[in-house]
Design a protein around this ligand. Sequence first.
Ligand code: 4FV
Length: 261
Amino acid sequence: MRFDVITLFPAQFKALTQEGVVARALRRGIAEIHLRTPRDYTADPQRAVDDRPYGGGPGMVMQYAPLRAALDAARADAAAAGVSSRVAYLSPQGAPVDQAKIVEIASASGWVLLAGRYEGVDERLIEDAVDEEWSIGDYVLSGGELAAMVVMDAAIRLLPGVLGHADSAGQDSYASGLLDCPHYTRPETAAGRGVPSVLLSGDHAAIERWRLQQALGRTWERRPELLRKRGMNDVERQLLDDYRREALRSGSRAGSKPSEQ
Ligand code: 4FV
């Protein structure tokens, strides 16, 4: 899989490319990340790529020409490598990126990611050269670089051969549309507390049921809108009912009404 990134701060991507599973995937050639700056595509003697906004107001706006030239060069390079890439612009105006979208992104052969800065980019560039607009969350970053890294990290870790255990991505949070179950490891007693006995039972069917029940229960408590969106089958509904009854019985916070979204 190939990512081409248009950014004024290529060095920021070291956070992704220097260490961790993504860095290993890049070393193994499972994925490629190519960085280029629009400054290399401006005729301006000061290599300026931004200017003041028409209509006045604070901040600066990134100009059409350097970005268009950089995007076209990136797509041409990808095409020369046999990869047909679509262009995605990271911005708060974009479609919210969730795990389902990340799975879709990871299934493509290539993307050109446009990381904006300042107030954003000239709207005509988006009209002419951007296929999709993505947002990683309803907040404002100082630049699209971190958002691009979030998307690339989440996508590359799903590629075959990247994660140690082939199925670990399959057991991710959200992979099932649910929040993740609790995890425990040695020592068996930590801070004076043990581990749920089912996890020590060796009964894998019971362990799977417990993990699903925990995922259902925590999703119901913390993100009920995800459960409404996903729905449940009869087995899951029964598991959640038992979870809530147990939570009510044990008087744990869990039993109380989920945090209404
Ligand atoms: C953002 C987001 C984001 C807006 C102005 C970059 C910044 C600056 N990107 N999801 N939220 N971008 O805040 O993707 O140009």
